[in-house]
Design a protein. Structure first.
Ligand code: PBE
Length: 268
């Protein structure tokens, strides 16, 4: 990871939204004169959080439910305060929410959902033969498939692992019936997918926010200032639009991020 001359290193996960958020903070920091690098698409949650704790990066965008269910899996974290406390013990600070939530959901094409006559996750109990493809991280998280299957009493055993982008293609090609999606994904609206209602409230909230190293923040106050400036500024529909701009190739992640900063803060 780049070090020479760089004061702040940002990381992002391997999906469009994470990269856009990383670019946003990178541009904002550059604008305040900080030498900054954004290491894009490092991988999944584990890799990013480990890199943060190891000091390989100074900050990355995360989601509250992911902190509870993946990073602190097995630890009983009662509330927001104890989550912040646990993170602080690892030298990690938590910013306020960016203003939107991005939850997991199960999706089918609208046509297939109508054919099968289903609208809720619990309806899957009637359909043990359904062809399901799920992203690798979802297959293996405590807020993912095995726990969801238990919570809803589902029977499907033939579930395959797939990359997030590929899942959409296979779904639209009719090769599979059901995938997991992220609720701010552009493809949901673009392909008119149908999301099953989480009728047993299995999923927690996934408010998007920045995690950062407390020592980096002490060394570079501009890091926290920029992160705080972004808090509460991105609505769910704004994030969907940014994701869509990139997915539809109307803009790169950098262009989408800088367009947002221009509109919101007048930064050019
Ligand atoms: N999410 C929903 C996950 C992936 C899907 C954005 C909260 C995460 O990155 O933790």
């Amino acid at each position: 990871l780049p070090r020479a001359g760089v004061r702040v290193r940002l990381g992002s996960k391997k999906f469009t939204e994470s990269v856009i958020l990383g670019e946003m903070l990178r541009i904002l920091l550059e604008h305040s004169g900080v030498k900054v690098a954004h290491v894009r698409e490092i991988g999944g949650t584990r890799l990013l959080f480990d890199a943060l704790v190891a000091g390989e990066i100074d900050a990355y965008p995360e989601y509250t439910g992911t902190i509870l269910k993946e990073i602190f899996v097995g630890k009983a974290v009662a509330d927001d305060r104890s989550m912040r406390e646990l993170l602080r013990k690892q030298g990690v600070g938590v910013a306020e929410s960016l203003g939107f939530s991005n939850t997991y959901a199960l999706a089918l094409t609208r046509r297939r959902a109508a054919e099968l006559g289903i609208s809720r996750v619990s309806d899957l109990r009637r359909l043990p033969e359904l062809r399901i493809a799920l992203t690798h991280e979802f297959l293996d998280r405590s807020d993912g498939w095995p726990a969801l299957k238990r919570a809803y009493d589902l029977q499907q055993d033939q579930v395959v692992g797939v990359d997030h982008d590929l899942a959409y293609r296979q779904l639209l090609a009719g090769e599979i019936d059901l995938i997991d999606v992220y609720s701010t994904d552009a493809m949901i609206r673009r392909s008119d997918l149908f999301l099953l209602a989480d009728d047993r409230s299995f999923f927690p909230r996934y408010d998007a926010l920045w995690l950062y190293r407390l020592d980096s923040a002490a060394r570079d106050p501009q890091l926290v200032a920029a992160i705080e400036r972004l808090a509460g500024t991105i609505s769910e529909s704004a994030m969907q639009k940014l994701n869509d701009d990139v997915e539809a190739r109307r803009a790169t992640e950098e262009q989408a991020a800088s367009e947002f900063l221009a509109t919101r803060f007048g930064i050019r």
